[in-house]
Design a protein around this ligand. Structure first.
Ligand code: PMP
Length: 375
């Protein structure tokens, strides 16, 4: 069955193979040897050996896929990216604070999600904006050499792929080389597993699963071990990274089904050749779409070329009165959820790992045909 291509920013399209496998295992989950256990994954205790085996494989596969070093913990939490905007400062803002003093955190603002993170962190610590792309309408990333980093910051927060603005860091800054003692915290929600991560530059990375990893409900946190154990006294126990890590992400009941589904996605990613192979495909998909937009004169993407996201590609029709016709025609052609985020309007094509090249080719063909008939 050929399903329509789904360009949703998240929850986003999943590999059909993964959905089919989950359907097959829904009522009666088989272990690695194929032996059925009489229960579906949703019905298993998180403390039983069946779920523990799912969890262990999921964690090990993710560690392998993202090449997570042994001195980093992988946590599967709840609350999504937005809860992490509070959980990170609750855990890390006091890292470098004087005894009993308030912590400081620096933010680089590159779009809607880093702005949200900045606002939320202000409830728990002192914040400063080291750089902001707002004056340019968030169309570029301020050069790292221009960032005003504070001496006392515990960490610097970046959103390394701005899902709404379509901006992506192509390399991570080296804070040490910039003269900072702060840790680097990244929100990689919308490009995790689409490209490798240079862990030597990162203290903590977090991301909701519902774009590149699986269904909504589980939040991935990868954190260097020495950053555990610094939570503020008011930090809820279930959100204290040390407590979560010490209990193998099972201090409280984890989102078991979402973890299982993410695990199936990780097995699929390994069959595709892993993250490096995905990255090569993601580059080819993004180039195809950006080239079609730039060559058209009918569609526009205003993001600086060196900051363009490979995952989320916002574009506008020069004649915005055609927006509804464009979306209706796309839907009829089997191209779903192309409407841009309500805060920016226009269109957005999210082309995560599970979007095949064929989906982007079909979109580009539709865009050319629409331009030919409406241009
Ligand atoms: N950060 C980024 C980069 C996102 O794209 C999103 C969701 N679109 C969030 C955070 C918020 O995630 P959640 O809805 O899972 O809280």
């Amino acid at each position: 069955m050929q399903r329509p291509y789904n360009f949703s920013a998240g929850p986003a399209t999943m590999p059909a193979e993964v959905l089919a496998q989950a359907a097959d295992e829904m009522l009666d989950w088989p272990d690695a040897s194929g032996k059925r256990c009489g229960m579906g994954v949703m019905e298993m205790s998180h403390r039983g050996k069946e779920f523990q085996s799912i969890y262990d494989r999921t964690e090990a596969d993710l560690r392998e896929l993202l090449a997570v070093p042994a001195n980093f913990k992988i946590l599967f939490m709840q609350g999504g990216g937005l809860a992490e905007n509070a959980i990170v400062p609750l855990n890390l803002s006091a890292l470098r604070a004087a005894q009993g003093g308030q912590g400081h955190v620096d933010f680089v603002l590159t779009g809607s999600w880093s702005e949200k993170s900045h606002k939320e962190a202000g409830k728990y610590c002192q914040t400063a904006v080291a750089a902001s792309g707002k004056a340019d309408g968030f169309t570029a990333i301020p050069a790292a050499s221009s960032w005003q980093l504070s001496d006392q910051a515990s960490y610097v927060h970046l959103c390394t792929n701005e899902t709404i603005n379509g901006i992506e860091f192509q390399t991570l800054p080296d804070l040490k080389a910039l003269g900072s003692k702060a840790e680097l915290v990244i929100d990689f929600s919308s490009h995790v597993a689409s490209r490798p991560v240079d862990w030597s530059k990162v203290g903590l990375a977090f991301g909701g699963a519902q774009k590149n990893l699986g269904p909504a409900g589980v939040t991935l946190v990868v954190v260097r071990e020495d950053l555990l154990g610094h939570a503020l006294p008011v930090c809820p126990s279930a959100f204290d990274y040390k407590t979560v890590a010490d209990n193998g992400s099972m201090y409280n009941t984890p989102p078991t089904y979402s973890i299982y589904m993410a695990g199936l996605v990780f097995q699929w990613l390994k069959r595709q050749g892993g993250v490096a192979a995905m990255e090569a495909r993601n580059i080819a998909k993004a180039e195809l779409l950006y080239e079609a937009i730039d060559a058209s004169g009918f569609y526009i993407n205003g993001v600086a070329r060196n900051a363009r996201s490979r995952m989320n590609i916002p574009f506008f029709l020069r004649n915005e009165t055609l927006n509804d016709a464009f979306l209706a025609g796309a839907k009829a052609a089997g191209l779903l959820q192309l409407k841009g985020h309500k805060s920016v309007g226009g269109m957005r094509a999210s082309i995560y790992n599970a979007m095949p090249l064929g989906g982007v080719q079909a979109l580009v063909a539709y865009m050319r045909e629409f331009e030919r008939t409406h241009g």
